[in-house]
Design a protein around this ligand. Sequence first.
Ligand SMILES: [Zn+2]
Ligand SMILES: [Zn+2]
Ligand SMILES: [Zn+2]
Length: 405
Amino acid sequence: MFHGSFQPQRQGQTQFPCTHGQQSYPPNEGQQPSRVPDDNPDENPDPQPPSPSVPPLEEMDQFSGYENVDGTPLQPPPSYNEALRLPPPQSQAITTTVPVISEEQARSALLDHVSHNCCFGSKAAKKMKFTNIFRLSAFHYSLESYTEKRSAKWDYEPYHDQVIGGSFNGSVPSPWDIEARPPALFQSNTETMEVPHTASIKPCHDCIGLSRKRCYKCGGRGMTRCKWCNGNGYDCTFCHGYGKKRCSVCKGHGHTACNTCNARGKLKCFIRLTIEWNVHHDDYVDHVEHVVERTSLPDELIRTVSGETVFKQELPRVWPINHFPHENINEASKNLVQRHLNDFQATQKSLLNNFFQRQKIRVIPVASIYSNWNNNSFSYFVYGFEHKVHAPDYPQQCSCGCTLL
Ligand SMILES: [Zn+2]
Ligand SMILES: [Zn+2]
Ligand SMILES: [Zn+2]
């Protein structure tokens, strides 16, 4: 057995101090990355390379306006509320002149619909008699709020002698004074940047400035147990009887380069500002028949077809619509505008020199059609400028996937 006579630990230890002299910045002169165990327990059986770690917050500098640098949203500046105290705009009269759907259009729309559905026969659409057509309008109100959210967080990178814009050469701008514009309005986007004059050079917390760490595989000994002879060395040609092999991770040095500082020993620490632009969209669809009864047409269908935009507004803050002839739309506008205000004004800022909210009303033509074929009464809808058809009750259809002629 060679355990007693072979001292790989020494090999690892003596390497540490000789590189110190070359370093301009060893804050803990003479200190080792960490204590090398004296005894000889088994090396880490399942070694994982260490991942970079984050410097402790309490060692960071303090800057006014950045008391809260944990990545949570920053409070908006007082000027935000000023921008909201704008007078309401003049009400505009809204008129709706949506083209109505004729009988002929109602029939050809259904024929077209039938021809695209292999389970529908076309005879009923050709021969049906109209018993009633109700021309209605569906209303689609939508509100979008475009918001900007800012948050700040400490960040770091290995220090490679890059230029540092520290607090010694300028004051730190407050988070909302930093100029940033989204590439386009009403498009979500994120931008991050270093806050000027917040950078400083700190010793790496992970390796305490030494650029290297004790080897995670051999625990600093530089050697690992021979796998072939399980460490006993007996008749082993692989380890030549030593029972140990040079550590494959640290090549026998007992230490590896620090990943956190990229073996530089120093970190450039700075505040990183993250600016997030988001679009928040809400809408409301209304369609009624016989004045009060809501039609069975699914809302989703109304959202996807074209109609006439009868009202459109873009303002830093829109005001609820209160003069539309259809009262449900006024009510929906009031509710959604208030909800957006509650949800977004606490932590998000308007783009003061730009519009940040927009709302519109679209009117979509809808015909509710009642007809009869072969003593079968059925109804269907034709809707949108595209004359799309919703006809779940179409009488001439089969459920087996074949085509009826
Ligand atoms: Zn061996
Ligand atoms: Zn090692
Ligand atoms: Zn380090």
